[in-house]
Design a protein around this ligand. Structure first.
Ligand code: AHR
Length: 517
């Protein structure tokens, strides 16, 4: 059994003696305390952010089909995809990469499309990139989605001048060379751009730099990322790869005062032989979720390092790439990173978003990789066909947490054990939204046992509880173009109000969202 203290200042996972080995049809019993009177921190909606790179079929086909396409589009952007993404209220979208960002030259992506020079996308499949989706098309997409743009600049292979001019092109209202070039290209007014990344993975594909070298480069490039015409840039520095704590130490020491956020990247593969997104066994399920849970340790430890010099949390953490990374679907191009998305991915999403919610005092943005047709996608497309994935449904259910107040919680839950290994059986986060409605996301990681949960809700007396659940008969369940609704949320009635709070019976392998009012 595990005690998980989800108060923001204190996170502890204390084993209370041996855990029960669960029979397949056993029911686990679990206790939760929600401190509704202690809400202090806001869960930024940007934790539910997204990332779209020029990679495989994410931008081309997934988003951009061009104005002359037979696929319905608005100014070249797929209408069906925009409609689906609007339902999950995409708050912020990161672009153009990823590794692609550090070889992207923005001037190739402006002006008449047919005159734009092509390039080779060396990172992702060596395909020809025609630059038809560039700065203007990206802002058009953000406009259609109603989301904040987040642009990642090129430090790895670009110049300081190139980065400076891009920001000027996008945001200056002056009679300046770049602002005038933008006007010539049909956009009179500057765009509002808040989020700007100074490089991507500069410890790897963005230049293989040491933290000291990058910290200096960051400071240099950032100097020329100017605030034009009243636009205020929120500066995001390339952060660590997973548990590279030295990277965080150096960046905080050398450049903290010049940044608004540090970007952490962490992907969870299974770390096992079978990396298939849909052909897996319980051992793969277990290992995937165990790896996804590492996000808690990473965020906690990086935050601790940041706290040493920045206890006021002026520098925020942006986990601007995260998600499950499986083997590509058989028959698809390896460099395109196209993978299916099963109920297991929904659990990865649910528990990771719970972690971000619980760390919302420091984590102010997160961007799942990637929006469409790449890695842990929200949407898969096949020419004119489109489906939404189990992960999409988790994002849709969780829109209620956007900008809500985190309610600290303590969870005492039984372990989910497999062989000699064990992880907590449940994951939770709770928030109070406008109007006082409380929402609780609960994930039951155990694929073999439902979980009985008793919740002591302190500081609130709701009169009703209702819910939605995402689950399926089998762990590998996923949506296909033939059966696009195999996995989708359903109403959830196995919950009731009690004198002290509520009880719920969470199905095995499920994500449940409760609403208390
Ligand atoms: O999301 C795919 C790739 O993963 C990104 O381009 C890169 O930043 C990361 O390594």
């Amino acid at each position: 059994m595990k005690v998980l203290n989800h108060s923001l200042t204190l996170f502890a996972a204390v084993a209370l003696g041996g855990s029960l080995a669960l029979a397949q049809d056993a029911i686990t019993t679990n206790r939760l305390v929600i401190h509704a009177e202690q809400g202090k921190h806001i869960i930024s909606r940007n934790i539910y952010g997204h990332f779209s790179e020029h990679l495989g079929r994410c931008i081309y086909e997934g988003i951009w089909v061009g104005e002359d396409s037979a696929i319905p589009n608005t100014r070249g952007i797929r209408t069906d995809v925009v409609a689906a993404l609007k339902k999950i209220k995409v708050p912020v979208l990161r672009w153009p990469g990823g590794c692609f960002a550090d070889e992207y030259h923005w001037k190739d992506g402006i002006g008449l499309r047919e005159k734009r020079p092509a390039m080779i996308n060396t990172h992702w499949g060596g395909v020809t990139e025609n630059n038809h989706f560039g700065t203007h098309e990206f802002f058009e997409l953000c406009d259609q989605l109603g989301c904040e743009p987040y642009i990642c600049g090129n430090v790895g292979s670009g110049t300081v001048q190139e980065m400076m001019e891009w920001v000027e092109y996008m945001t200056s209202d002056a009679q300046s060379p770049m602002a005038n070039l933008r006007r010539q290209n049909g956009r009179e007014r500057p765009w509002k751009l808040k989020y700007f990344g100074v490089g991507n993975e500069n410890w790897g594909c963005g230049g293989n730099m040491t933290p000291d070298y990058y910290a200096d480069q960051y400071s240099r490039y950032n100097t020329f990322v100017k605030n034009y015409s009243g636009n205020q840039i929120y500066r995001i520095a390339c952060g660590p790869n997973g548990g590279n704590y030295r990277w965080t130490e150096v960046l905080m020491e050398k450049a903290a005062k010049r940044m608004n956020a540090l970007a952490l990247h962490f992907y969870c593969g299974t770390g096992r032989k079978s990396r298939s997104a849909t052909q897996f066994e319980e051992a793969d399920w277990f290992w995937q979720l165990k790896r996804a849970l590492q996000m808690d340790e990473l965020v906690t430890k990086h935050s601790e390092i940041m706290d040493r010099s920045d206890p006021q949390k002026h520098v925020e953490l942006a986990v601007d790439e995260w998600g499950a990374w499986h083997a590509v679907e058989p028959g698809t191009k390896p460099g395109f990173l196209y993978q299916q998305n099963s109920l297991r991915d929904a659990l990865v999403a649910g528990l990771t978003l719970n972690i971000f919610n619980r760390h919302c005092d420091r984590v102010k943005m997160a961007n799942i990789a990637q929006t469409i047709n790449v890695l842990q996608a929200m949407i898969l497309t096949d020419k004119e066909k489109m489906l939404v994935t189990p992960t999409y449904h988790v994002f849709e259910m969780c829109t209620v947490h956007h900008d809500a107040t985190l309610l600290p919680s303590d969870l005492v839950c039984e372990d989910y054990a497999l062989g000699d290994d064990r992880i907590p059986g449940l994951s939770v986060s709770a928030s109070r939204g406008a109007g006082g409605v409380i929402h609780v996301t609960l994930c039951n990681l155990n694929p073999g046992a439902p979980a009985e949960l008793t919740c002591d809700l302190q500081g609130a007396k709701p009169r009703s509880v209702s819910g939605r659940v995402l689950t399926a008969e089998i762990m590998q369940a996923h949506n296909t173009f033939d059966k696009p609704e195999a996995v989708k949320p359903a109403g959830f009635a196995a919950c009731k109000i009690t004198a002290g709070g509520f009880t719920a019976r969470l199905p095995a392998k499920s994500v449940v969202l409760l609403e208390l009012k």
